[in-house]
Design a protein around this ligand. Structure first.
Ligand SMILES: Cc1cc2nc3c(=O)[nH]c(=O)nc-3n(C[C@H](O)[C@H](O)[C@H](O)COP(=O)(O)O)c2cc1C
Length: 195
């Protein structure tokens, strides 16, 4: 990379963290992450997303139990290897779908809205980059998306104020980095320039 720029450096340096310390992030940090999320672009400026941050450990652990139980009777609807791997991983001892992060932010959006995922994904990347620049680790968490129609999970999310009609797009796990993740190499042949 020939240009030295703070944002470009942040994009390069951000990694998916899968080992966090127990220390909770500060209120100011959480506010900054949520503010970064709502400043993402959205289709037609819809801003129809909802970001639900959970920091209460008992709530996170109960959600983890529901995700574990959900995976036991979940049948992946296609052959995407990631789905099968995720189901298999849920059987491992000490399974924790959000990597024991102290903060989990659930991104949901209105149903039947074509840009629901795109808008939330852009907002999540804002969270990941903001987390990195604040010295925090973060990780995209997909399990609640796959299990978004699980009745027990939906009932619990409804208790948290996530409307039952909202589609669960994805989550961000956030906390202080316990162990740095390796830097994955970039694949060749993924860029074309027509001049
Ligand atoms: C759509 C999507 C789903 C992902 N789901 C998960 C997940 O459920 N759990 C997880 O630990 N990482 C998940 N990741 C993180 C990827 O594994 C990670 O971005 C990739 O391995 C590259 O590593 P890096 O983010 O450190 O560059 C996901 C990433 C994306 C974009």
């Amino acid at each position: 990379m020939s240009l030295n720029n703070e944002v470009l450096n942040c994009i390069h340096e951000r990694r998916s963290t899968r080992k966090f310390t127990e220390q909770q992030i500060s209120s100011e940090q959480l506010d900054a992450l949520l503010d970064a999320a709502i400043w993402a672009p959205s289709g037609g400026n819809n801003q129809s997303w909802l970001f639900t941050a959970i920091q209460k450990k008992s709530v996170l652990l109960h959600l983890n139990q529901l995700v574990y139980e959900g995976f036991q009777h979940w049948i992946p609807d296609d052959d995407y290897p990631g789905k099968h791997a995720m189901k298999k991983r849920s059987k491992q001892e000490g399974y924790n779908f959000y990597h024991n992060a102290p903060t989990l932010i659930i991104a949901s959006n209105k149903p039947n809205y074509e840009n629901a995922m795109a808008d939330c994904a852009l907002a999540l990347q804002n969270i990941f980059l903001a987390a990195h620049t604040l010295g925090l680790g973060s990780c995209y968490i997909n399990q609640l998306h796959w299990l978004r129609d699980d009745p027990s999970i939906r009932a619990y999310l409804l208790e948290m104020g996530i409307p039952k009609e909202n589609t669960i797009c994805a989550c961000a796990a956030v906390g202080f980095i316990g162990k740095a993740s390796p830097v994955p190499a970039r694949k060749d042949g993924t860029i074309q320039i027509i001049r």
